[in-house]
Design a protein. Structure first.
Length: 117
């Protein structure tokens, strides 16, 4: 089993920045990639960004391209999501998840990001 713990959420004004962290532990050898997802009130959970376990490839949703950057620290087994130029529509609970051959799972508990206008 893999445990994923998010941190770094908070309240920020529009145009500001936040960095989220996703710390992984447990049987991480089964993980192919780590992804960030978000869910705003009344909306479905949506994909934000992902990075391969090796860190060699990344993928972003169109809505965050050029503003968000996903990265990882292999020594710390931690994936980061640097969020710049934040907009009120980025307000959501942000989750990280692990990708296995069977799909996304091992969801973290989530961290709230609130962007005020």
């Amino acid at each position: 089993q893999v445990q994923l713990v998010e941190s770094g959420g908070g309240v920020v004004q529009a145009g500001g920045s936040l960095r989220l962290s996703c710390a992984a532990s447990g049987r991480t050898f089964a993980i192919r990639a780590i992804g960030w997802f978000r869910q705003a009130p009344g909306k479905e959970r949506e994909f934000v960004a992902a990075i391969s376990w090796s860190g060699s490839s990344t993928n972003y949703a169109d809505s965050v391209k050029g503003r968000f950057t996903i990265s990882r620290d292999n020594a710390k087994n931690t994936v980061y999501l640097q969020m710049n130029s934040l907009k009120p529509e980025d307000t959501a609970v942000y989750y990280c998840a692990g990708q296995r051959t069977s799909g996304w799972g091992d969801w973290g508990q989530g961290t709230q990001v609130t962007v005020s206008s």
